[in-house]
Design a protein around this ligand. Structure first.
Ligand SMILES: *Cc1c(COP(=O)(O)O)cnc(C)c1O
Length: 394
């Protein structure tokens, strides 16, 4: 038998973390890593943050799980907080990002069904999008590497070019239910939508009674310096998926919606065994305790500007490797002139954790609690690694 006990779907690196502390991870042999990957934009409080660990400990001792058959004081409290902080009137809690997107897709379809228009079941989605790995969410992207071998996929998605408002408009027809879009594409290569594009989609949705569904699984939750990225655009969605940072590392997600958009989500239409159990809600509350205030969000903005500035200064010294930096807040991408995956691997070997993304981008996603000293350390070590790096022969 040669198959590994963990199904071999990931090219796992030799980095094998067993302990974390703040912005650092430690491997089995005590190796120390500067973690500017944050479990892919998840550990927004870094590792071992006392507010989060204590909240989880305390709740684990009190009550871990019941079921959604009972009243949920913990879920009500958390959902109420989210509705007060956002556009939303109601929240469905999930265990992951893909489930949050699935709920968002179902809510959008159900809206039109509820109003007697079941033929409006198609979402317009965008090239290089990433919405998760379920059958529904891989059907919503055109990325072949996610879809290969899993046909037949789900009908009801029409993919057009990202950031191209005319293409979205041209794709609309009598079957259109709405738009599903990441305000800042993550896996696709840290690409913020333009103001015109996102506002244009909002306007098209308003004019045609369509649902604007945002996937803020990666760009949401304080990552860009706003609690949610759409706040940079002066618009609000009808439905939104959140996850990744929401539990600070505890598996959790949420589908948020306005009362109008959730019109069809009545008793029995959706569910989840674990979704929003007391332990998850305790983690979610602890994260909000830390991040949902102007002081914290200003810190993210300030750190984002410094990190971006430091990277921009470094790049000309290695202009055979790097093209530029893009992104918002602490969701940054360094666009490379060579294969970013090989460089991310090289950085790991030198104790720096980042994440590769599409379009030859190195994603820089530090915990949001970083300080100036971490930025200095990161950029110095990145620059040193870049100077020593030999681009592998193609
Ligand atoms: C990570 C991600 C997802 C999927 O989240 P999972 O928790 O892995 O299911 C969906 N959308 C976006 C934008 C993501 O970055």
């Amino acid at each position: 038998m040669t198959i590994t006990p963990l199904m071999p779907v990931y090219p796992r690196s030799p980095v094998r973390p067993v302990r974390g502390e703040g912005v650092y991870l430690y491997g089995e042999g005590g190796e120390k890593y500067l973690d500017f990957a944050s479990g892919i934009a998840v550990n927004l409080l870094g590792h071992g943050h006392p507010v989060l660990t204590k909240a989880i400990q305390k709740q684990a001792e009190t009550l871990i799980h019941v079921s959604n058959l009972y009243g949920s004081p913990q879920g009500e409290s958390f959902a109420t907080r989210l509705t007060k902080l956002t556009f939303a009137d109601t929240v469905f809690l999930t265990n992951s990002g893909a489930e949050a997107v699935e709920c968002a897709i179902k809510t959008a379809r159900r809206y039109h069904h509820h109003h007697g228009r079941p033929e409006k079941h198609e979402l317009i989605t965008f090239s290089s999008a990433f919405h998760g790995r379920t059958l529904g969410t891989i059907s919503a992207t055109n990325q072949e590497k996610l879809r290969d071998g899993f046909a037949p996929l789900l009908p009801g998605f029409h993919v057009v070019e990202f950031d191209n408002l005319e293409a979205a408009k041209a794709a609309m027809n009598e079957h259109t239910a709405g738009f599903l879009v990441e305000p800042v594409q993550g896996e696709g290569g840290i690409r913020p939508a333009s103001q015109e594009f996102l506002r244009g989609l909002r306007q098209l949705a308003d004019e045609n009674d369509l649902m604007l569904v945002l996937d803020e699984v990666q760009c949401g939750y304080a990552r860009t310096g706003k609690l949610f990225a759409h706040e940079h655009y002066g618009i609000t969605p009808d439905i939104m998926a959140a996850a990744k940072g929401i539990g600070g590392g505890f598996p959790m997600g949420a589908c948020l919606a306005t009362e109008k958009a959730a019109a069809g989500m009545t008793i029995g239409t959706h569910g989840s065994t674990y979704g929003g159990n007391p332990l998850a809600c305790a983690a979610g509350e602890a994260v909000l305790d830390v991040v949902a205030n102007d002081e914290f969000l200003d810190h993210v903005t300030r750190m984002g500007e410094r990190l971006k500035g430091a990277l921009e200064q470094m790049i000309p010294n290695h202009d055979h490797l790097f093209e530029g930096v893009r992104g918002l807040g602490l969701m940054l991408g360094v666009k490379m002139k060579t294969d970013s995956r090989a460089f991310v691997t090289y950085l790991r070997e030198h104790g720096l954790l980042t994440v590769a993304a599409g379009d030859n981008v190195v994603r820089v996603l530090p915990p949001l609690i970083i300080e100036d000293a971490h930025i200095t350390e990161f950029v110095e070590r990145l620059s040193k690694a870049a100077a020593q790096y030999e681009v592998p022969a193609a």
